[in-house]
Design a protein around this ligand. Sequence first.
Ligand code: CTP
Ligand code: MG
Length: 401
Amino acid sequence: MSAPILPVPRVAVIVVAAGSGTRLAAGAPKAFVGIDGRSVLSHALDGVFAAPLAQVVVVAPHDRVGDALTETRQIAGARHDLVTVVAGGDTRQASVAAGLAAVWADVELVLVHDAARALTPPEVFARVIAALDVGADAALPVLPVIDTLKRVDGDRVVEAVDRAPLTAAQTPQGFRRSVLQAAYAGAAADFTDDAALVQAAGHEVVTVGGDERAFKITTPGDLDRARRLLAPAATPTPAPVPLTIGVPRVGVGTDVHAVGGEGALWLAGLEWPGESALSGHSDGDAVAHAIVDALLSAAGLGDIGTHFGVDRPEYAGAHAEAFLARTRALLAEAGWRVGNVSVQVQARRPRFAPRRAEAERVLSAALGAPVSVAATTTDGLGFTGSGEGVQAFAVAVIVPA
Ligand code: CTP
Ligand code: MG
């Protein structure tokens, strides 16, 4: 059965996710930091794909374009053909400009959304589009300012500020495409948001209702707030349970590769001179691949195909250390570290016993955690016994970082 053909959308949503997250300081670009088991970007995309049909342009840090594409396509589901990912710039404005350049010709309305507003519900997108549909050039979701405001000079209060005429701006901010494009083409300064840029170009911006959940994750406290909002509603505890109190998690992985590849055999992170190679997109190291699957499965991060599929040319021919180091980083971003891994390889050749300790050292070093390797020949039975292929089974335990 062929996939349904989607109409060409008249709306595009540019999701800017190329920032470094300096204030969050979580050790990874903000969009790739885990909230629960899933990243800021993937939560933001939930809202985007639940909103009315649109081309979705994700603007990612230049070294994360591949990761962002994999993640976005996965969340897009049947809408995966509507996904474009481009590299961002040094400022938010430069990132929006990069996204704008990738908007398809037929698109009439462009919404610009911060990935950092990860929990924005789809209704906000619908309200912004509705305002544009009744003729506005630009529409901005806002919330009333609740705090009492003061003007200060250093640490001295100068005066109270009347908050009645003030409002807090959120995203997605929506624009007639021609208006946004002209404003960007003529932008002479750096603005904090797109509505300000469009207004400086002489256009009127109308407001629509924002949403409390559309707050921007900026500081560690904001990340905690997002985690609390995502925690199951049934827990009536006012005190949030930090993720670090969570129990360890276990995952299982298995992999098979046929004998018959080019070059040398790579298995369990070691090169085996004189032995027949295994075939596969990478080096065919079934031991490493079983470990990767076990770890990703334990963290609920999908499987090896999700992150290292054949559409990732940088992993063609890669060895165990590259896969394991990347997997370890993915886990760290989601708030996990490796507890230990146990892997068993079933193969007629090579003879593992003389190099078992060496394999354990290499694999353990790559994961920063103990990896134990066992091997068996399956008594001549099955494809492993006949020497047609090699199979590996891994069990991994991960713990909150
Ligand atoms: N953004 C971007 N490109 C940049 C800077 C920011 O795409 N060069 C995006 C961020 O990814 C974020 C949104 O713009 O989704 C709002 O920016 P902000 O909250 O300031 O994020 P960061 O710049 O990543 O954070 P910080 O300022 O703390 O470094
Ligand atoms: Mg910033």
